[in-house]
Design a protein around this ligand. Structure first.
Ligand SMILES: [Zn+2]
Length: 603
């Protein structure tokens, strides 16, 4: 945007003022196009082109205004989602404690520049009767109000710092600041993207900020507040404009559609609101496109299907089906679903987020107990059904697993693979019974383990404990050894039977002959006692021989080894593995195992 050599008017950054007196209608059609780098509404106008977030401009003969411009808030009550800021500002105006400089921060499209303009109106409004003072509720009818709304107020000077970064641009301001406002109460400088100013420009501006004339106000807007010098920050009253919640955006867009007499499905607006990510302007631009798309069809209705296509979004129904496959344990269908979504352009991370979102909403539905809040009756019914089917603990487990999977997916070199693996793991874990059922299953498994412990064939299955035990396990207790102990026990020799069970590692067992080793902790001589007991039980004399080492594990050792084996086996069981994946900090409850195992045949 060049300066005309014959330009003797306002400073060069105020493009619109340079135009040769455009008519009010033209200005209206153009909206406030020269400001803030909005896209020109009429391509013929030599206003500054800008990053066009808005759809293609309509032909010059159509007075169509893009929604973002048409529905730019004209009063603070129309500025949605920024109530805290408006309250603060209202108080400041009421108490006449206005700062000399305001700073509006926030992501793009939350209403920073709209706010700046509203403040300009609020400060300069004179009311319909020309007698009013500064007000939080500017009338919108007086000359200052209409002129500011149309961007043609001589004392409200707007500048886009992105294109006027230099010290010379700022010098122009400083020069102009000295002169009183031409027609308004305040001379107002609105500087958008103020962080773009050069260091020298900031320094020049700072002098004015330190001692601003009473009739001057600065309204700064920025998306990157951290780039502003502290010296500037400390001289401004700062307003952080918030992202606008999706629900609020959705109802706003519904209202806009009503004004435009466009029919739109709630789910369609829900998607637009979600895609807008807190920005009214972005949302309205998407809505503009959606309406344009809808116009191509005969009915002109904005449907969820079209918006989904337009935004390249996944079908929510597909996401819900994926959720069902996940919980119903259908791994094949789950993988196919993931592949479908990926083919549709759904990023693996977005997929994980979607599932987390669904889990969260089921939980909310369950907690509230009421009708789930969903954009469509189908989704609402589905949420209600899952809320009824799942236990709270299952939902929490699912959330944990999805969150873990989400983080893994984010860090993985191949996100699709990571998402697949995470969801398969979730599938196996989600398949688990609730904790009550889990205990029951574990008990069954433990019982199975104990049954194996009773079977001598399984005795040495697993090496456990120290080296000597491992060596001891190199032999299997003779099948008739247990029978012999039983015989001794029944012959009224329980103490001897107990010694045989606990202490004797059988090396050789034949009729009338017993060679054995003992674990090193047993030192007392049990020979005479055993000889008497065997005599009593079998009616014959036994030759007993104790050797230093070797032999099969004692019956008690075998039992312990088998319990360990059962334990290990249980840890390997998919059910238990799933449990540990779901609860990485879980501990295996030996008490439950021991009690349930109850291999107390000898006890
Ligand atoms: Zn007014």
């Amino acid at each position: 945007m060049g300066d005309s050599p014959d330009n003797s008017g306002p400073p060069p950054w105020d493009e619109e003022e340079q135009e040769a007196a455009p008519s009010a209608a033209e200005l209206e059609a153009a909206g406030q196009s020269a400001m803030f780098g909005d896209a020109p509404a009429t391509p013929a106008e030599p206003v500054e082109p800008a990053p066009a977030a808005t759809p293609a401009p309509p032909a010059a003969n159509q007075p169509y205004r893009v929604l973002a411009r048409k529905y730019r808030p004209q009063t603070f009550s129309e500025l949605i989602g920024q109530e805290p800021m408006v309250r603060t500002l209202a108080n400041a105006i009421k108490r006449d404690r206005l700062a000399h400089a305001f700073l509006m921060t926030g992501v793009r499209g939350v209403g920073k520049t709209s706010t700046a303009r509203l403040i300009a109106k609020a400060l300069n409004c004179i009311g319909p009767d020309g007698q009013g003072g500064p007000t939080i509720d500017p009338c919108g009818q007086c000359e200052p109000c209409t002129a500011i709304a149309e961007g043609r107020h001589i004392d409200v000077i707007e500048m886009d710092a992105a294109s006027h970064t230099g010290v010379d641009d700022v010098r122009e301001i400083i020069e102009a600041v000295r002169y009183a406002a031409v027609s308004a109460r305040y001379k107002i400088y609105i500087i958008d993207e103020v962080h773009m100013l050069s260091r020298n420009a900031f320094n020049a501006l700072l002098k004015t900020l330190e001692e601003p004339p009473a009739h001057v106000k600065f309204l700064f807007a920025t998306t990157e507040v951290e780039k502003l010098p502290v010296t500037v920050l400390s001289r401004t009253q700062r307003f952080d404009l918030r992202r606008i919640p999706a629900e609020l955006l959705q109802s706003h867009f519904a209202w806009v559609c009503e004004q435009e007499q466009v029919e739109a499905e709630p789910e369609a607006l829900h998607m637009v609101a979600a895609a807008a990510e807190g920005s009214v302007r972005d949302g309205l631009s998407i809505l503009d496109q959606a309406i344009a798309h809808a116009d191509l069809d005969t009915d002109g209705k904005v449907t969820a299907e079209r918006v989904r296509d337009m935004l390249g979004l996944a079908d929510k129904g597909a996401r819900r089906r994926l959720f069902a496959h996940l919980l119903e344990g259908d791994a094949k269908a789950l993988l196919a679903s993931i592949a479908d979504q990926y083919a549709l352009g759904v990023e693996p991370l977005a997929l994980m987020r979607g599932l987390m979102d669904f889990t969260h909403r089921i939980t909310l539905a369950q907690v509230s107990g009421g009708e789930p809040d969903a954009p469509t009756p189908e989704e609402s019914a589905e949420l209600a059904e899952w809320a009824g089917r799942m236990k709270p603990a299952q939902l929490h487990r699912l959330w944990q697993l999805l969150l873990k999977g989400h983080d893994e997916t984010r860090q993985a070199p191949d996100q699709l693979v990571a998402a697949q693996m995470a969801l398969l793991r979730t599938l196996h874990a989600a398949d688990m019974p609730d904790p009550g059922g889990l205990v029951k299953k574990l008990e069954e498994l433990a019982a199975k383990g104990a049954a194996m412990a009773n079977s001598p064939a399984h005795a040495p299955a697993t090496a456990g404990g120290d080296a000597s035990t491992a060596q001891a396990q190199s032999h299997t207790p003779a099948p008739d050894w247990a029978a012999l102990i039983d015989q001794v026990d029944h012959a009224g020799q329980p103490l001897a039977a107990s010694i045989m069970k606990m202490q004797l590692r059988v090396v050789e067992l034949a009729p009338g002959l017993l060679r054995y080793a003992r674990a090193s902790q047993f030192r007392d001589d049990v020979g005479p006692q055993l000889r008497d007991a065997l005599m009593a039980a079998t009616g014959e004399r036994w030759q007993l021989e104790e050797v230093a080492e070797g032999g099969a594990p004692t019956l008690v050792e075998a039992q312990e080894a088998n319990q360990q084996a059962a334990h290990d086996q249980m840890l390997e069981h998919p059910l238990v593995k799933a449990t540990f994946e779901a609860f990485p900090d879980a501990e295996f409850d030996e008490e439950t195992q021991a009690a349930a195992g109850a291999g107390r045949k000898w006890g």
